[in-house]
Design a protein around this ligand. Structure first.
Ligand code: APR
Length: 231
C-alpha cells in the first residue's frame, strides 16, 4: 500500500466548530499568545492559563469530528495513512484514525510542571484542572501543550515519517508556525503534495496540487483524485 502522510492544522476542525487561530475572529484575536500559550505567561498567571485550557477542553465535549477527519479514516481502505497534526483537539482520534502524531501536544492531557514524563489523561467527567492539582511528586499540573518557545519533542519522528511519504497532504494550516511548517521540505523529491484550504495559499512548486475547498469537501475530492491516479 502506498503511504499518505497528512499534516493537519486548525482548519480541519473549523467545520466542527473549533475556531482557528489566524482567521478573522480566530483565537489569537481574542487572547494574546504571550498570555496563554507561552512559558512566561504560565509563570506570570497560571490561573489565567489553566482557565484558558479548561475552556478549550469544555468545548471539546460539545463538538465532534467532521468529514475532514472521517474522510482520512476512509482513506485507510486504500492507503497506509499517517497523520501529523498541529491540533491539540482529539477529533482525529474520535473519528477513528490510529496513526497520529501530535506536534503541539494534547488538550486532554496534563503533566507535571517539573517532570515532563509525568503525563496524565483527563476524562470527560474530570476535564477541569485547578491551581493546587498536583502530580504524584507534588508539583502543579500544567497543560500537556507545546507553548511558543518550547521544544517540539515529536518533530524528529514527524520528519522521519514525512521522508517516507508517497503522497503528502496539507489540510487547514496557514503554514505560519515553525518547525511544523518546515515538514513540506522533507517530502521526497517528486512526490505530490496536495493542499486543502478554502483560502488562497502561495503555491510555489509544480508538485503542489491545490484543492481550494473546506476540509470536508476537499478530502472527498482528494480521495477521488488519488484513488484514481495511484492503483
Ligand atoms: N477547512 C480547511 N481549512 C480551513 C477551513 C476549513 N473549513 N477554515 C479555515 N481554514 C484554513 C485557513 O485558511 C488557514 O490557512 O485553516 C488555516 C488555519 O490557519 P491557522 O489559524 O494559522 O492555524 P494553524 O495553521 O493550525 O496554526 C498553527 O499555530 O497558534 C499556533 O499551536 C498553534 O497549532 C497552531 C499553530
Amino acid at each position: 500500500m502506498k503511504r499518505v502522510v497528512v499534516l493537519t492544522g486548525a482548519g480541519i476542525s473549523a467545520e466542527s466548530g473549533i475556531s482557528t487561530f489566524r482567521d478573522s475572529g480566530g483565537l489569537w484575536e481574542q487572547y494574546r499568545i504571550e498570555d496563554v500559550a507561552s512559558p512566561e505567561g504560565w509563570i506570570r498567571d497560571p490561573r489565567l492559563v489553566t482557565d484558558f485550557y479548561n475552556q478549550r477542553r469544555k468545548q471539546l465535549l460539545e463538538v465532534s469530528p467532521n468529514y475532514g477527519h472521517k474522510g482520512l479514516v476512509e482513506l485507510e481502505k486504500y492507503f497506509d495513512v499517517h497523520i501529523i497534526t498541529q491540533n491539540v483537539d482529539n477529533l482525529h482520534e474520535r473519528a477513528g484514525s490510529k496513526n497520529i502524531i501530535h506536534l503541539h501536544g494534547e488538550l486532554t492531557k496534563v503533566r507535571s510542571e517539573r517532570f515532563d514524563n509525568l503525563v496524565y489523561e483527563l476524562t470527560p467527567d474530570k476535564y477541569e484542572v485547578k491551581i493546587g492539582d498536583k502530580c504524584e511528586r507534588g508539583y502543579q499540573l500544567r497543560p500537556h501543550i507545546v507553548w511558543f518557545g518550547e521544544a517540539v519533542p515529536m518533530l524528529g519522528e514527524a520528519i522521519k515519517l514525512t521522508e517516507t511519504a508517497d503522497i503528502f497532504v496539507v489540510i487547514g494550516t496557514s503554514l505560519n508556525v515553525y518547525p511544523a511548517a518546515s515538514l513540506v521540505h522533507y517530502v521526497p523529491e517528486g512526490k505530490p503534495i496536495y493542499i486543502i484550504d478554502p483560502n488562497s495559499i502561495a503555491i510555489n512548486n509544480n508538485n503542489w496540487h491545490y484543492i481550494k475547498k473546506v476540509a470536508s469537501e476537499g478530502v472527498k475530492e482528494l480521495m477521488k483524485i488519488i484513488t484514481s491516479t495511484t492503483q
